[in-house]
Design a protein around this ligand. Structure first.
Ligand code: ATP
Ligand code: MG
Length: 390
């Protein structure tokens, strides 16, 4: 069922945990609330569950106003981080708990269905302490789903698992959601987790949703420095809108502050409002979109270029000259830091495909990328917002 929050807010004393929130969570979607610790994710979830009463605003489930309905009357179940399984009951009885409480006598068939769904058929008679963290998590999920809720709320359900198991369970959760087809609202502070699983992600910051969209939309088109830095890494470069080309309908040209360079980007990818010649913006580009071409050695010679920085760089790309200051091996890729006149640390990821000609600190390079891969943000924000916020 579609969940609609309208002006839903929560204050504790004089502290506002959630500012009036307007949010529509479509029926059958896997929806993630993503944000750093303390931004109001759990409070929002608890309001949907009925465990916290909104200070103002309303919550609808489909067309029904459930704002003042007690938790047990809502067709909503919650799975918490610590699972809260009953230690003295085996897997079957843990899963059957909700049915038994409602006086359902024959639970066997439904429990079996759930055991199949979470793939724990051969562990039906084990106690929770005889299960791994991931298996306990599945029991908690089955225990919630057997009540056939219309909405399942998950508050950091994978938080206690180690990284590898987490990744595995993310795919598993997604499979289960697709199979049962009900609305999942998933709270996490892990951006990769939100992006892997969710159809839509609401990024929260300081009790507000700052951006909402599909994972790729958020990643490719961040509208604020917080989202640009919190979801992955962004290079943000100070620039001013160039007087030339301001009448171009589709393209924006900017001049990099402190460097003799002009960059181009699609006008639609500029989140700053009212851009005129001279308006300051932060130009952004993701590290994996950038290519490096060496200008002081092998590359330029072999490609027949000169050492002036034009070597081997296709026409029409945005380009800056710089010097490698750090190279780290990440297995799947290399991460380079590049110092340019305007920016002391541009981050570049290069896929680890060829093992020759590694760039080493000190190498002179041109960093270049396609104008379409460039975005721009309002420069009045803190350029480092969201960098450390995990
Ligand atoms: N019962 C309460 N009384 C007072 N303040 C509260 C209460 N519950 C939450 N808060 C505050 O509201 C803010 C939001 O809390 P919330 O639990 O929603 O954060 P969160 O996004 O879930 O964080 P985390 O990732 O750490 O779980 C926090 O600053 C928290 O201290
Ligand atoms: Mg929380």
């Amino acid at each position: 069922m579609t969940i609609t929050l309208s002006g839903t807010a929560k204050t504790f004393g004089d502290f506002t945990a959630v500012h009036p929130l307007d949010l529509t969570i479509p029926e059958g979607s896997f929806f993630a609330l993503l944000g750093a610790s303390g931004c109001g994710k759990t409070t929002t979830l608890r309001m949907i569950a009925g465990l916290e009463e909104p200070t103002s605003g309303s919550i609808l489930l489909g067309d029904d106003d459930i704002t003042h309905l007690p938790p047990h009357k809502r067709p909503v179940n919650t799975v918490f981080q610590n699972y809260a399984l009953f230690p003295h009951l085996d897997v079957t009885e843990n899963i059957a708990f909700g049915l038994r409480r409602r006086g359902v006598k024959s639970v066997k068939k439904q429990v079996e269905e759930m055991l199949d769904l979470v793939q724990l058929g051969d562990m039906a008679r084990r106690k929770p302490r005889q299960l791994s963290g991931g298996q306990q998590q599945r029991v908690a999920l089955a225990r919630a789903l057997i009540n056939r809720p219309q909405v399942l709320l998950l508050d950091e359900p994978l938080g206690a698992l180690d990284l590898k198991l987490r990744r595995q369970m993310q795919l598993e959760l997604k499979r289960i959601q697709t199979e049962v087809g009900i609305t999942f609202v998933h709270v996490t502070h892990d951006q990769e987790e939100a992006m892997t699983m969710a159809d839509s992600v609401a990024v929260m910051y300081g009790g507000r949703v700052v951006q909402l969209g599909e994972p790729a939309e958020l990643y490719e088109n961040p509208r604020s420095t917080f989202v640009a830095n919190f979801l992955g890494t962004s290079n943000l470069i100070e620039a001013e809108v160039d007087s030339e080309g301001t009448d171009e309908p589709d393209e924006l040209r900017v001049h990099v502050v402190g460097d003799d360079a002009t960059l181009r980007l699609p006008r639609a990818r500029c989140a700053a409002e009212g851009v005129d010649a001279g308006t300051k913006v932060l130009v952004g580009v993701r590290p994996e979109k950038i290519s490096l071409t060496r200008t002081d050695g092998a590359d330029s010679a072999s490609q027949g270029g000169s050492a002036d920085g034009r070597a081997g760089v296709p026409e029409g790309r945005n380009r800056l000259t710089g010097r490698i200051t750090d190279a780290s091996y990440l297995g799947v890729s290399w991460q380079y830091l590049v110092e340019t006149p305007a920016c002391s640390e541009l981050t570049v990821y290069e896929q680890n495909v060829s093992r020759d000609d590694r760039l080493t600190p000190g190498a002179q390079v041109v960093v270049h990328w396609r104008p379409e891969h460039t975005f721009a943000l309002d420069a009045t924000q803190d350029a480092a917002a969201g960098e450390e916020a995990v």
